[in-house]
Design a protein around this ligand. Sequence first.
Ligand code: FPP
Ligand code: MG
Length: 329
Amino acid sequence: MDLDPILSPVKKHLALFDEKLKENLTSDSALISQVARHLVNRRGKRLRPAMVFLSYGLCADSKNHAQPTPALMNVALAVEFIHTATLLHDDVIDQSKVRRGQVSVNHKWNNLVSVLMGDFLLAKSLRLLVETESPTLLSTISKATVNLSIGEMSEVQESHNWDIDEDTYFKIISDKTASLFTASCEAGAVASGADRAAQESLREYGQNLGMAFQITDDLLDWVGETEKTGKGLGTDLKEGKITLPLIHTLRESDPRTKKKLTRLLENDFNQRDFDQILSFMQGNGGVEYAQERASTFGRKAEDCISSFKDSRYKKSLQSLIGFVINRDK
Ligand code: FPP
Ligand code: MG
């Protein structure tokens, strides 16, 4: 599924965003500039800034003013910087070697550089948000940043817990991923001057979209293609991260099979073990279950924006749901 047509209503915003992103990455430090060049070399999907712009457009269009404010651009840059900072830190935690189809910063340089570049981006995002002079925007985004730190910490705490239940998993992904989706959509609505009800609808949309996104992300770690995702396969399990398809599989297994699977998980984990677990998971519906749960969150997201008047922004926000669930990268 192609993302470009979905982003077309905010194409100009995103082009300006790309320019501003580069401007904001310049610094006196030669090392920061080098790492920044590496990062912009393979940009991400820009989903979070797109959500800021689309949510803004959806609300502003209903009020017949579509001109974006400078504060809006700052918020879009801030959420992208925060997202990139989390990935730089996450790749250190996960000891990842690839990110976005190229060597990760921790692998190309080292952990120290990756953490410090993440700190630089986090600090930059703070400045950008302060410049908006909007305590509401600052509060919305900073709350999400706290939550995603909590989510990552809970994930570390729950790693290797083969008995993790679905609610705990949902809470973790809500914090570590959906929180920034939620804040991006809410911030777009806030920047447009939309009323509380519209802000709340977009918050809920972002929350459900974020859940669908992370469930799909976790599924791709099992059934994706490395060339497309730009990340390794089976990395979650190697780190002891139990995600939804496996939670379902373990829950639905008889005690003997569960014991066998747990033994595979506990031992030093290799490719053969991964294939064996995957084949078992495919046999007992773990993949379909996770797909179904992602679709349910997708349907909830769609309901959240149904009362907005029809517009190209609304159409894009609707199509984004399908993209997030059906993506292969
Ligand atoms: C990627 O998940 C990681 C996150 C969505 C959150 C990471 C959060 C932190 C490292 C803590 C807070 C950091 C800052 C800078 C405030 P994943 O590992 O499932 O995705 P992946 O497969 O792309 O690695
Ligand atoms: Mg990771």
